[in-house]
Design a protein around this ligand. Structure first.
Ligand code: C2E
Ligand code: CA
Ligand code: CA
Ligand code: CA
Length: 279
């Protein structure tokens, strides 16, 4: 299969200095992972309240390490950002996840939207909108079926440029969400100007929802704020029925977490989604 969209992958050279002694072997390994097709994507459903219907799936990058097995890619993302390797990796993620969405559509499986995490470097790339347009076209995907997850830190360095990029993406019809909301350098004065659709409450608040009244106050406040700004609000990292019940009572629109489903390989999620509902 054409896992890299049939195109030659560009391998970016890193800066020669290396402050971290473990860095170079890790970089070499990551480069090799990309070349050897050891990268894969797990998908985690996002669920609408109160219907319980799937309204999206988030694509989460994994590395099938030859010795260590399937690992989250989170640890490697900062290094990939630093070296520029994140660009070919991200392009692969976009292509792979959009193709998977097409596979599900053709099988009559509705997953709502495909949510994909954007990297900082990818977001700053001038060619981003062109690249997205091409991938949507290649995968025969409506822009409306794509949701890009941004983080606040990507938006605040250069707010004007970030606004332009976000507007261009919105103009294409792509949905935007603000990930890890509440943990970054959020400025509420920007928030009202950002053309986003959804706030994602960071899982650190959700984790303490039932045990810490302040975390509950933050989560509840984000939901109210989001709604006042006419945004959808999704809570991530929902693991317990009690967390769900509190979020539900606060009017949260969508939830995502182990309580519903862990991130799964596409084939496993397909099997799960094909099963008729049990009740
Ligand atoms: P994120 O975007 O905040 O993703 C949510 C993380 O929470 C994922 O970790 C997911 O597996 C995990 N998670 C989901 N449900 C639960 C739960 O109920 N409890 C707990 N404790 N965790 C839960 P993961 O897959 O390790 O990804 C970590 C981070 O790596 C992501 O955080 C995102 O920032 C980054 N990432 C993942 N895939 C990509 C990608 O394709 N591109 C880029 N640029 N970054 C990615
Ligand atoms: Ca995310
Ligand atoms: Ca998040
Ligand atoms: Ca995070």
């Amino acid at each position: 299969s054409k896992r890299h969209g049939g195109n030659t992958m560009h391998v970016y050279s890193s800066s020669s200095e290396s402050r971290n002694p473990g860095r170079l072997p890790m970089e070499t390994a990551l480069r090799r992972a990309l070349k050897r097709e050891e990268l894969l994507i797990y998908y985690q459903p996002q669920v609408c309240l109160p219907t319980g219907r799937i309204c999206g799936v988030e694509a989460l990058l994994r590395w099938r390490h030859p010795e260590k097995g399937v690992k989250s890619a989170a640890r490697y993302i900062p290094l990939a950002e630093e070296t520029g390797l994140i660009l070919p990796i991200s392009e692969w993620v976009l292509h792979e996840a959009c193709s998977q969405f097409g596979v599900w559509s053709r099988e009559g499986i509705s997953v709502g939207r495909m949510a994909i995490n954007l990297s900082a470097r990818q977001f700053r790339q001038k060619s981003l909108t062109g690249q997205l347009g091409r991938i949507l076209h290649d995968c025969d995907l409506a822009p409306d079926a794509l949701e890009l997850e941004l983080t606040e830190s990507m938006l605040v360095d250069d707010v004007e440029t970030a606004m332009e990029t976000m507007s261009a993406l919105k103009g294409m019809g792509i949905h935007l969400s603000l990930d890890d909301f509440g943990t970054g350098y959020s400025s509420l004065s920007y928030l009202k100007r950002f053309p986003i659709d959804t706030l994602k409450i960071d899982k650190s608040f959700v984790r303490e929802l039932s045990t810490d009244s302040r975390s509950f106050a933050v989560a509840d406040g984000i939901i109210t704020l989001g709604h006042r700004l006419e945004l959808g609000v999704l809570a991530e990292g929902v693991e317990t029925a009690e967390q769900l019940s509190r979020l539900y009572d606060s009017g949260c629109d969508m939830v995502q977490g182990y309580l519903f489903c862990r991130p799964l390989p596409a084939e496993q999620l397909t099997t799960l989604l094909r099963e008729p509902p049990t009740d």
